[in-house]
Design a binder for this molecule. Structure first.
Ligand code: ATP
Length: 208
């Protein structure tokens, strides 16, 4: 483990690979250890935020709902089929999300801080997150990932396959991993793997 007092550990994985399930297992062992990317994504576009102002300046007031909050569905629709617009949106939001997550991490008091970064492989990898001491990848066979995605979101198999294909490949993601949590058994097996992994980190972090 790196020398930082509270090492920052990135948690990533493909869509429906089990990141949230793994993150909850870490949180159960070590309450407060986790900085959630969804919370970050919401926080940076709160009413009155610079992030929201930047999004409205670029995409127009049509992305605001009647309550003055960001209308996420409208924005998603706006960038869905427009790769350049999506890139622009990411350029506006990702640095803000990263800064928010790092500020949250500073406030943590756990022996390590787990940063939930779903699109780590797609968003520049380790180079975009040089402060990470380790990267943990939650890995599941694509067929299982697809089945879980269909079951959870009630979508059809073609859309599930499309969502998976639009992301980095399993191999690309695994190439970033310092640690891999294999999620092809039960949730209890995943929780046991999480406990083993954190035991390993904490033992290694102890001075000899
Ligand atoms: P997303 O990328 O959409 O944020 P995720 O990677 O966080 O998803 P989860 O939400 O943790 O994935 O898991 C996807 C679905 O698969 C959920 O419904 C979850 O309950 C289920 N699931 C995760 N792990 C297992 C497992 N080991 N056994 C059975 N079901 C599982």
């Amino acid at each position: 483990m790196a020398s930082r007092e509270r090492p920052l550990i990135g948690l990533t994985g493909g869509v429906a690979s089990g990141k949230s399930t793994a993150a909850r297992a870490f949180e159960a062992l070590r309450p407060g250890c986790r900085v959630d990317a969804d919370a970050a994504a919401r926080a940076v576009v709160e009413p009155g935020s610079e992030g929201l102002a930047a999004v409205v300046a670029h995409f127009g007031p049509g992305v605001l709902g009647g309550d003055g909050r960001l209308d996420r569905a409208a924005l998603r629709q706006r960038v869905f089929a427009d790769a350049a617009a999506r890139k622009r949106l990411e350029a506006l939001l990702h640095p803000r999300i990263r800064a928010w997550m790092l500020a949250q991490a500073e406030a943590a008091t756990t022996p390590y801080v787990l940063l939930d970064i779903p699109l780590l492989a797609e968003g520049g990898g380790r180079a975009a997150w040089p402060m990470l001491a380790r990267i943990v990848v939650v890995d599941a066979p694509v067929a299982l990932q697809e089945a879980r995605l269909i079951a959870r979101d009630g979508i059809d198999p073609a859309l599930a396959a499309h969502m998976i294909a639009a992301q980095a490949s399993r191999a690309e993601r695994l190439a970033l991993a310092d640690d891999v949590l294999v999620n092809r058994g039960s949730p209890a097996e995943l929780a046991a793997a999480v406990a083993r992994l954190e035991g390993h980190w904490l033992r290694d972090a102890q001075p000899p």
